[in-house]
Design a protein around this ligand. Sequence first.
Ligand SMILES: *Cc1c(COP(=O)(O)O)cnc(C)c1O
Length: 432
Amino acid sequence: MKLYSTNNKENIVDLKEAVLKGLPEDNGLYMPVSIPKLPDDFFKNIEQYSFQEIATNICENLFGNYIPKDALDEIIKNAVNFPAPIVSLNQQTHILELFHGPSLAFKDFGARFMAQLMSYFNRGNDKELVILVATSGDTGGAVAAGFYKTPGIKVVILYPSGKVSHLQEKQLTTLGHNISALEVNGTFDDCQALVKKAFLDNELNQNIRFSSANSINIARLIPQSFYYVEAWKQLKNKDNVVFIVPSGNFGNLTAGLLAYKMGLPVDHFIAATNANDVVPSYLKTGIYQTRPSVRTLSNAMDVGAPSNFVRMLDLYGKDWHQMKAKISGYSYNDVETEASVREVFSHYNYTIDPHGAVGYLAFKDYLVENPDAQGVILETAHPSKFKPDMERILNGNIHVPERLAILKDQKKEATLLDVNYEDFKSWLLSNY
Ligand SMILES: *Cc1c(COP(=O)(O)O)cnc(C)c1O
């Protein structure tokens, strides 16, 4: 499988290089040179396929025979090992629950698949791969869980001391095995600066094979297309299907566009955002203006310069008219979002998290002009991840799933680190 950089279509690499490198040197993003359509029969007979078989078909369609069948089966078996069920609120409104993985958010799909691919590509190499990640909270949890016990790979997570939630910290610091946590006496930006410096350090690179678990790695995007097809499979009525995607960096929406390119019969996509609305504004006006992000209730979408927007532009040949024919944008403030959480609970007795609640509002508005649409709202995280806000909004108890609740009693293990590059470097050299 070949990929090009969005900044230079002549800059072509194969999948292994794209996955291990993450980003091209020219600062573009990798995109598949070809996104073939899946056979019509595949969609016609979709009910016969399991979620894992859907994933395998999509990969074979994209990868060709780049990864042998038995290795691919093993990758899928390990990566796609939790479901993506649909819960229907009514005949037209469906919730796609993407939070059944270890860190309770859709990012588990991307992290697990990336871990499996990296491990596969590193096979036969006598040197282990060391993944460095700086996290402000959420990504670290998905990466830690995704890479846990993956052969040939060690993960080092840097997080700002006292600046991630208690449960997030536990997700980073209690796994052990191949996952190490460094608690940095500084900010997220300090963590990121330490990681960046290490990647560029010649002496370190002579001793350690580094890789990053970057959120724009193509290996995180590909598996996110699996659940669009899995969702469509579960719909009884497959007419006028619209996917509503609560968005921040727009990786999730881009993965939906990939599924559409592969032939998934999707009528329309909806980009739903909070006050950070640069993409909905672009869709309305044709003007793309990034801005500093503002803090909101749906904070995983607080992004002012969405990294995957260049991939969306690339898919539409930078043509605004074409893009807006297929994607509509809506944005909502926190007051509206809270009211949405309450409405979904009182009308349907369903607890939706603040990110999904933004999607619910967007679908309601879309329905006004498209009354026959079948909406699939991506529920990107479990509501218990936002327990204090949710309990305040709904004025009641939010149930925490067992896999998160047990973390409370597990022992935190982290190495304290000051914001000092030499300390970080010697820690790396003595541990790897
Ligand atoms: C990351 C995240 C998003 C945003 O997804 P993008 O792919 O960056 O658009 C939305 N909701 C939740 C809960 C997230 O963690």
